[in-house]
Write a protein that binds this ligand. Structure first.
Ligand code: AMP
Ligand code: ZN
Length: 113
């Protein structure tokens, strides 16, 4: 685990987070700066820098299924939500530990900024 990775520090409990769900492979917590009424982050426990770094050991399917499950539990599935994976610089990634944003509770616009 990279020593200074913010999300690894949340996984290890060094930094507190509002965790809403967890399993063996992943945790889900509320974004500290929410961009929608519901804004959750799904991250693998194991450090993976970005989607671009995800290898066969990274179970992306399970992360997506967990995102859908959490969206249902959050009550935003029927009205709709968006899953976003910002990747590297042009993608707007600021925390370099793979994460899926789940945004819902309001109408999303397209194209994104
Ligand atoms: P990204 O810009 O796609 O890399 O997303 C990083 C996200 O992490 C942003 O939406 C931040 O608001 C969020 N974030 C940063 N620090 C924390 C924290 N300590 N707890 C929860 N979310 C955080
Ligand atoms: Zn990390």
């Amino acid at each position: 685990m990279p020593e200074k990775c913010l999300f690894c520090r949340i996984v290890s409990g060094d930094i507190p987070a509002d965790i809403v769900s967890e399993d063996e492979e992943a945790i889900v917590f509320r974004d500290i700066n929410p961009q929608a009424p519901s804004h959750l982050l799904v991250i693998p426990r194991r450090h993976v820098g970005s989607l671009d770094d995800a290898d066969e050991a990274t179970d992306l399917g399970s992360l997506m299924r967990l995102a859908a499950e959490v969206a249902r539990d959050e009550g935003i599935a029927a009205s709709g939500y968006r899953v976003v994976v910002n990747t590297n610089e042009n993608g707007g990634q600021t925390v370099h530990h793979l994460h899926l944003h789940i945004l819902g509770g309001r109408l999303m616009t397209w194209p994104p900024g």
